[in-house]
Design a binder for this molecule. Structure first.
Ligand SMILES: Nc1ccn([C@@H]2O[C@H](COP(=O)(O)OP(=O)(O)OP(=O)(O)O)[C@@H](O)[C@H]2O)c(=O)n1
Ligand SMILES: C[C@](O)(CO)[C@H](O)COP(=O)(O)O
Length: 402
């Protein structure tokens, strides 16, 4: 059952931003803006599922933004943000597996919700009806009044003590915020906490993040581009890992290669299913994470892994990556053997690897080569595999800490 879900509202038309393409689908670092928050939310270990609320006209745009991510089916939004949230909450309450207990309502136009901030929200929600990220106002506040030539004049100075700028995601117990949305339907309020306040719910203010700004105008999109280009807001970095493995031939009539059984005159010898391709890939992922190697995680002396399906090893490396808030950019594995022929199984192997890791098949390469009859692979004594993994992770701190 889904316990905690992120509900991302992305059905707006972006009037203040302007242009024909809604701002959440504009390119940011070459990808739809919406994709940036979706991957961050989907990768957070405290969030079990993500649902996006979209405009019915935007289905193809959404599909591109959500490609590579395993999200719940999107639902349709309404005329105002508040309508979109309410419809999204209703759709969650009707999930076939039962209603989630907690919901994090997020603007699809805020591309950079940070993992630490999400953690603060979830923790605060343990002891409150709701929790929102916010930043204390630090500038002096002025109320403007109409001036000559269209330029406003200072009206009065508004005390800033106790004032906060509210951000999203705004976290709530699902049934409480849903009831508030229904009770206050038709009242124009600009965030979900405003409805919660009116419903008498206790909503905690937790520390927000400057980088978690909303793209409202074209200047905001330019700011987001600058932050990503400087390695700033994204706090993301690229990591590369490689892996290598060998298994010798033994008795048998098939080998397991990249998660696919392939008929052969021999089997491969190993403590697990001896899937040399998945072992090399697992090591490539672990290497990129700086998380040791497959032997440390699954010792060949441990009887639990005898005859094990190596898909579990790769899935484990994938879950370590997800727990760190990372994603796979691409994987590339080369199988080195004279026989069996890999070509006829290549697409099945790519699909299997993609399936184990929940990524698009386009991100997986499977290649094969012989060693021209040379060496142990040339003598058909076994199969070797080497693999490369390119990942994107939250940037390490100056001391290398994640
Ligand atoms: N009917 C609406 C209106 C807004 N939103 C979403 O609510 C978030 C915050 O709203 P805002 O920045 O105001 O977006 P827009 O409504 O698109 O912008 P504008 O007000 O300039 O038209 C955005 O992710 C937007 O897509 C929504 O899901 N449904
Ligand atoms: C929900 C919100 O992003 C919190 O800051 C904000 O209130 C949305 O306001 P907008 O008028 O839709 O920009």
């Amino acid at each position: 059952m889904i316990e905690t879900v992120a509900l991302v509202v992305a059905a707006g038309r972006g009037h203040r931003f302007g242009g024909a393409l809604p701002k959440q689908y504009r390119r940011l670092a070459g990808r739809p803006l919406l994709a940036h928050c979706l991957e961050r939310l989907a990768a957070h270990p405290g969030i079990d599922a993500v649902r996006v609320v979209i405009h019915p006209d935007d289905r193809a745009l959404y599909d591109e933004a959500a490609a590579d991510l395993a999200l719940l089916e999107p639902c349709a939004g309404g005329a105002e943000r508040q309508d979109s949230v309410r419809l999204g909450l209703d759709s969650l309450a009707a999930l076939p597996g039962g209603a989630p207990r907690r919901v994090l309502i997020h603007d699809g136009a805020r591309p950079f919700p940070g993992a630490a901030m999400l953690e603060r929200l979830l923790q605060a929600l343990d002891s409150h009806d709701g929790a929102i990220p916010a930043l204390a106002v630090t500038d002096t506040l002025k109320r403007g009044r109409a001036g000559p030539a269209g330029m406003p004049l200072c009206g009065e100075t508004v005390p800033r003590d106790g004032l906060w700028r509210a951000q999203t995601p705004q976290a709530f117990r699902l049934e409480a915020i849903r009831a508030a949305h229904h009770a206050l339907k038709g009242e124009a309020l600009t965030d979900d906490a405003a409805l919660a306040e009116r419903a008498g719910l206790a909503v905690a203010l937790v520390e927000g993040e400057e980088e978690n700004f909303k793209v409202t105008t074209q200047q905001d999109l330019a700011r987001a581009e600058r932050l990503l280009a400087g390695g700033g807001a994204s706090g993301r970095e690229t990591r590369i890992g490689n892996g290598f493995d060998v298994h010798r031939f033994g008795p048998g009539d098939s080998v397991m290669l990249c998660g696919v059984p392939v008929a052969h005159s021999h089997g491969l010898v190993g403590h697990s299913d001896a899937d040399v391709g998945l072992h090399a890939l697992t090591d490539a992922l672990l290497g990129a994470l700086g998380a040791g190697d497959i032997g440390q995680h699954f010792p060949p002396t441990d009887p639990r892994w005898k005859g094990a399906d190596s898909a579990a090893f790769l899935a484990h490396a994938g879950s370590l990556l997800a727990a760190r808030g990372g994603r796979i950019l691409n994987l590339d594995v080369t199988l080195i053997c004279e026989r069996p022929k890999v070509g006829p199984h290549r697409e099945a192997m790519r699909a299997r690897i993609a399936g184990i890791l929940g990524i698009a098949v386009e991100r997986v390469g499977v290649k094969a080569t012989t060693t021209e009859g040379l060496g142990f692979t040339g003598r058909r004594e076994g199969i070797a595999a080497q693999a490369t993994a390119a990942l994107e992770l939250p940037a390490a701190g100056p001391d290398g800490s994640a």
